[in-house]
Write a protein that binds this ligand. Structure first.
Ligand code: CTP
Ligand code: MG
Length: 335
């Protein structure tokens, strides 16, 4: 089809704003869930504090980055500044403590890639994973949350993209598709590159927040309330942005040569990252740079089979946005 017909359908896209907003509103968790999370955190803090008075508990992941769906499990990081802790021992000890306090389904997974204790709280019904000293995750959670405070369109777009990815089963890292964390970064990057931009690049601005985690310097401008209505010169609506996002990942992105980078708010070359060929299991077939752990490609889970699945799903979504009279119904059709 011609560029002209694409433009025609693009100009008409606003009629889908209502349905997309309705999807977004239906995905926002209720406030009472936050209350329950706080209640559970307070209980955990009491228990952990008794055994390890210097430890701190932080929420991370979707329960704290503002991109969480209702009824999600919560992720907790126990941070303790002690050089000679034995994580496995500590997790086993923690599991004992939790079990004696009547938590259910308590399980220490000491051999997992990220070792954790799992538990279910019978009072609030919330399930929870606790890991030790995964401080980078706490910091990148804050970065995502700070971005979401700048312009509501990020949260809208990311909820819709996550909902699409879960419906279409392309949010399963163990099957070679992308994590929710990767999808949110793709959304941030997309909004950084709109013209005029909808989001700034916080890591390129004068830092107001800086921490060092395992020799990685994490610094960025976090006083986002000072930015005012940063994105207001851009009037694009949610339907347009969903259209643009899928169009970019279906037809616009140069998979062979480029890397999306939220850290720089730009597109980098694979060459400069040395991500041009397979090293071990890292194939770099779709490249998304972690904002702090910059040697980490969040697309590294993607293999030669799942890249096809992923790209076909991006194309399917883009086609639906271009052609379907009722894209909201089709887009989220279960796979
Ligand atoms: N994380 C990370 N590096 C990854 C994957 C995840 O640092 N490669 C951290 C991030 O802090 C992220 C958290 O782990 O926020 C949880 O990741 P994930 O489950 O992908 O995202 P959620 O936001 O929890 O999404 P979901 O609603 O699907 O659980
Ligand atoms: Mg999660």
């Amino acid at each position: 089809r011609t560029a002209k017909s694409y433009m025609a359908c693009r100009n008409d896209i606003h009629r889908h704003d209502g349905p997309f907003n309705a999807v977004y509103n239906s995905l926002i968790p209720a406030d009472e869930e936050l209350v329950k999370q706080k209640q559970l955190m307070a209980q955990l803090e009491r228990l952990v504090g008794k055994e390890w008075p210097h430890a701190k508990l932080y929420l991370y992941g979707s329960c704290a980055n503002s991109f969480g769906f209702p009824k999600s499990d919560i992720d907790v990081c126990l941070a303790i500044e002690d050089d000679d802790i034995n994580k496995a021992e500590m997790l086993l000890k923690l599991a004992d403590i939790l079990e004696s306090d009547n938590f259910q389904n308590v399980q220490a997974l000491t051999r997992a890639r990220v070792p954790i204790v799992k538990l279910m709280d019978p009072v609030t019904g919330i399930s929870c994973d606790i890991c030790i000293n995964n401080v980078l995750a706490v910091v990148n959670t804050k970065l995502l949350r700070d971005y979401s405070r700048i312009d509501v369109r990020l949260r809208q777009l990311a909820f819709i993209v996550k909902h699409w990815a879960k419906s279409r089963r392309v949010n399963e890292t163990y099957q070679g598709t992308l994590s929710s964390y990767a999808y949110v970064l793709m959304c941030i990057h997309f909004l950084q590159l709109r013209r005029p931009p909808i989001l700034p690049c916080l890591q390129e601005m004068e830092p107001t927040y800086a921490v060092r985690v395992d020799n990685i310097k994490c610094a960025y401008f976090d006083k986002v309330e000072r930015l005012g209505n940063f994105g207001s010169n851009n009037r694009e609506t949610i339907a347009e942005l969903v259209w643009g996002f899928f169009n970019y990942w279906a037809y616009g992105h140069d998979y062979a040569n480029t890397v999306v980078s939220v850290r720089t708010g730009s597109i980098l070359g694979k060459r400069e990252k040395n991500w041009t060929r397979r090293v071990g299991n890292d194939r770099h077939l779709i490249c998304i740079e972690d904002p702090f752990e910059t040697s980490h490609d969040l697309g590294r889970v993607v293999d030669k089979f799942s890249i096809r699945v992923l790209r076909e799903e991006f194309e399917r979504a883009a086609k639906i946005m271009h052609q379907d009279p009722n894209p909201c119904a089709k887009l989220f059709e279960p796979y």
